[in-house]
Write a protein that binds this ligand. Sequence first.
Ligand code: ADP
Ligand code: MG
Length: 253
Amino acid sequence: MRIFCIANQKGGVGKTTTTVNLAAGLAKLGLRVLVVDLDPQGNATMGSGIDKRTLEVSVYDVLLESATIAEARQPAVKAGYHVLGANRELAGAEVELVHLERRERRLKAALLAVRDEYDFVLIDCPPSLSMLTLNGLCAAHGVLVPMQCEYFALEGLSDLVHTIKQVHANLNPDLLIIGLLRVMFDPRITLQQQVSEQLSAHFGSKLFNTVIPRNVRLAEAPSYGLPGVVFDPASKGALAFVEFAREVVQRHG
Ligand code: ADP
Ligand code: MG
């Protein structure tokens, strides 16, 4: 079982879109996938077709050890993977965990119990370097960073890289950045091409070959409770994510 965090401390950069579509892509390839929603906004939960408002047990209960993953997970039936969902309640876990033991290792411990049931676990992190994100980073083998090819993209990465180094040194020696994924890419924009080349020069093989284009079908899919890969499998965005799933399996399967 490979465990990856999808993280970037900026909001709106494509973390959730990457999580649910990579999950659906891996599922299409026949792999067993669990998505863990660690964002109190619950977008990965809703975007997988699970109503966060009616969730009775969630990742919140798992972190506070009042439920196991087996009790809290839900099947995303059409997308072909399982979801450990989140909702607003999760925002409270941040405060509640502070006083507890092994507070940053709760998710790691819970995942041990299902390690034979999944090939991949994808953790959708909130856009902050919080106790929730720390739980994700402690549990993971690697971090996958979606990024837009904008002028300040590289600068924004330095905080995340610093945090990953800290976690690597103090809490999780397994942790490394497994790769950067270019998302919402528009090849007609010269600046994006230039930044893409800079990323390639700077990160070399840590940059995934697959590039996710800006594609409106990917943005429409969540309102139907589906990943784009399932909502419109023939769309350019969906095809790119299935290709990306293949690349992830080739490199890390
Ligand atoms: P984050 O989880 O980092 O906050 P999201 O995945 O929610 O980011 O993406 C932010 C917004 O951009 C959402 O409205 C999403 O539908 C849209 N989006 C993400 N990726 C693409 C893409 N490749 N093409 C078009 N829209 C996208
Ligand atoms: Mg998100």
